[in-house]
Design a protein around this ligand. Structure first.
Ligand SMILES: Cc1cc2nc3c(=O)[nH]c(=O)nc-3n(C[C@H](O)[C@H](O)[C@H](O)COP(=O)(O)OP(=O)(O)OC[C@H]3O[C@@H](n4cnc5c(N)ncnc54)[C@H](O)[C@@H]3O)c2cc1C
Length: 409
């Protein structure tokens, strides 16, 4: 497949998805706002989303992310990249409408790779059908969680079960009206080697002892899916719900985060494209001091820079996708880390300039820019802060010279 033109089937999905966005998703944005406002509850699940889900399914735009042909169209990362970008243009609606929203995509992949037959039936199938949703609970308020070896939640063996005790926060999606299941990471053996201490377990959100304490608003936004603080108080989990066995938690978290990260980056590029489009339309339609904004040199400079930076970041993202497809997620880790830093920062800069160009309107809900900004800013933390990814890139780069013994040279 050609990096620039894509495969024939990818082209077809691009056309169909673009048509769906134009016919149904963009016009639904105002309806969505209205239904959320009318409900007056931040975690309300509006009817418009169910309508969009039905239509996306009918159009064959469902589970596009899933790389396994048994469960989805079986697209490669390179084929999926432009589709995630297109969905990213309307991040509150399109990913969920097409059943391609985080963190479900990552969780579905975990159930596919590490779940038992029972997990697949009970959780994976309804997730793939879009009838339930899920959350991933790793981060804890009391420890620096960007280093996953710090995670403290206790998962203590008790007969055939485990007892879970601890506090998590920022479990995204846990307040979604349809959230039914959590994948939880904790420590089963604090004495094992640092990367063998952790395990992942499947916990129904209504299990006795699971207490969703509060939602954490982000820059004042109470996101519909929610970012939950959750207390686990003697939560009993049968040993059959340990994913892939004791001590595998760290390895699963690495497997889970690769594809999830690239999806976030692709959607960030979509947000940057939409911001650039809004910037151009606004610059063409408003005048100050006798000239259109689009005629000002500094604004042309912003527009040109935005185009250059989007193209650069897209190329790097496609390279990472291509490497994931050809040499695997592990070998692609430097490229994945690089785009995880590059894409949100690039998109933030463009969205910030688009906000500036829109004047006061830019910070309101009349345009999607303010919410894009808030979301993109959190992406510099979620799925690993910039600094942690840069650390990995620098270590890989320095490692090349250490291996050759160039320190002496
Ligand atoms: C909107 C949002 C959604 C999220 N969703 C989820 C979710 O669904 N599930 C989940 O488990 N978690 C989720 N998270 C949490 C996220 O993954 C963590 O915030 C992140 O891993 C950082 O952990 P921490 O907050 O404990 O920061 P800490 O580990 O305390 O780090 C704080 C800061 O220290 C700096 N730092 C860390 N290490 C280094 C280093 N080696 N060198 C230099 N500087 C360093 C970085 O600037 C970092 O931001 C979400 C976060 C946000 C904001």
């Amino acid at each position: 497949m050609d990096l620039f033109t894509g495969s024939e089937r990818a082209q077809k999905y691009i056309e169909d998805l673009t048509a769906f966005m134009t016919d149904r998703v963009y016009p639904a944005e105002a309806v969505y706002q209205e239904q959320m406002r009318a409900a007056g509850a931040p975690h309300h699940h509006p009817q418009i989303l169910e309508d969009l889900k039905t239509e996306a399914r009918e159009r064959g735009l469902w589970n596009l992310f899933h790389p396994h042909p048994q469960w989805g169209p079986g697209l490669t990362n390179l084929e999926y990249a432009p589709l995630a970008e297109i969905m990213g243009r309307s991040p509150a609606l399109a990913p969920e409408a097409c059943n391609c929203a985080a963190p479900d995509t990552g969780n579905m992949e975990v159930f596919t790779l590490f779940g038992t037959e029972e997990h697949k039936q009970r959780w994976l199938e309804p997730l793939l059908a879009g009838t339930i949703r899920s959350a991933f609970a790793m981060t804890e308020p009391d420890v620096a969680s960007s280093d996953a070896t710090n995670i403290e939640m206790s998962m203590r063996r008790d007969g055939d079960d485990y007892l879970l005790n601890g506090r998590k926060w920022f479990a995204s999606n846990a307040l979604h009206a349809n959230c039914k299941v959590l994948i939880v990471m904790g420590k089963t053996d604090p004495d094992a080697l640092p990367h063998r201490q952790q395990s992942m377990m499947v916990v129904p959100i209504d299990a006795p002892g699971v207490l969703v304490v509060r939602n954490l608003p982000v820059f004042g936004y109470s996101d519909r899916e929610g970012h939950a603080e959750i207390v686990f108080d003697n939560v009993r989990v049968p040993s059959r719900d340990v994913l892939a066995g004791e001590g595998e938690g760290f390895a699963i978290s690495q497997a889970r985060l690769g594809p999830g990260r690239i999806h976030h980056c692709m959607r960030a590029i979509g947000m940057a494209e939409r911001a650039l489009e809004l910037m151009c339309r606004r610059a063409e339609s408003r005048s100050t001091f006798g000239a259109k904004l689009s005629e000002r040199a500094n604004i042309q400079d912003w527009i040109a820079e935005a185009r250059i930076e989007i193209e650069q970041t897209r190329l790097l993202t496609l390279k990472a996708a291509w490497m994931m497809d050809t040499v695997g997620n592990k070998q692609a880790r430097v490229e994945i880390a690089a785009i995880k830093v590059a894409a949100p920062n690039m998109a933030l800069k463009i969205v910030d300039r688009a906000i500036q160009l829109h004047g006061a309107g830019g910070v309101t809900e009349d345009f999607p820019l303010a919410s894009f900004w808030a979301h993109l800013r959190t992406l510099r933390l979620a799925d690993g802060p910039d600094e942690v990814h840069k650390r990995s890139i620098a270590r890989a780069e320095l490692g090349k010279y250490r291996q050759r013994g160039s320190a002496k040279a």
